[in-house]
Design a protein around this ligand. Sequence first.
Ligand code: NAD
Length: 257
Amino acid sequence: MYNIDLSDKTALVFGVANQRSIAHHIARFLHQAGANIVLAYQNDRVRNNVEKAASELGDATLVECDVSDDTNVEKAFAEIKQKAKTIDVVIHSIAFANREDLGGDFAETPREGFRLALDISAYSLIPITKYAKPLMQDGGSIMTMTFQASERVFPGYNVMGTAKAALEHEVRQLAFELGPENIRVNALSAGPLDTLSSRVISGYIDMKTAHREKSPLQRNITHEEVAKTALYLASDLSSGVTGEILHVDTGYHIIGF
Ligand code: NAD
């Protein structure tokens, strides 16, 4: 569809739960550009949906990987190494927080809810990068998904804003560290999109309306637009870009009032 050729590349994609997942759309665009796709999915709960997604992705390879457990991540990467040998692109599109911590008073966030949200949504990029690095012998591109709540207050986003701030810092730190290996690390900061995760954020509908009414492009972003930007970051077109937080939000982030 676009003139980008990833036919000699393998992309490892974390975060497909169903066909609305941002990761699913990114995997679709990478596959259309010719990439071989490996889908790392959370657990049996999402397996059926992931199998459906895989069938549209040239029978992508499936690997189970729950990032809350170190041995699980290590085991998953041993399997990935065996099945894919090398990887060129990594998509980290994972987040989780308890529903009760995505609304109400941020000051009431319990320690365990904070730990869980930061563990799954931010820390997980670190072990994924650690195990992916030796498989990225020819350099490559790692990207994660963030949201502007890392830098501005979005009521209801609460602890996930803290997690995204940590995640964006990791992007810069890892970009610095992996630069000599020619591995680029970037984040896509997407506007609101209807998915399993976004629906549980209290105030999500208002957030979507504000984006539509106030952004320079006067509409909401689409899954496809985020996926297109991921395709750019996965490809040689972005060879000079690393450590970047790239907003794909119809321009909402520039608006002050
Ligand atoms: P989604 O629910 O489809 O994806 C979240 C994924 O995280 C799921 O596939 C889930 O299985 C995975 N996950 C959760 N806990 C996990 C664990 N322990 N181990 C492995 N995987 C685990 O929702 P989405 O909106 O596609 O979210 C993907 C990313 O995009 C998230 O980081 C989210 O914060 C970010 N994001 C979403 C929006 C939006 O409006 N939807 C906007 C900006 C950023």
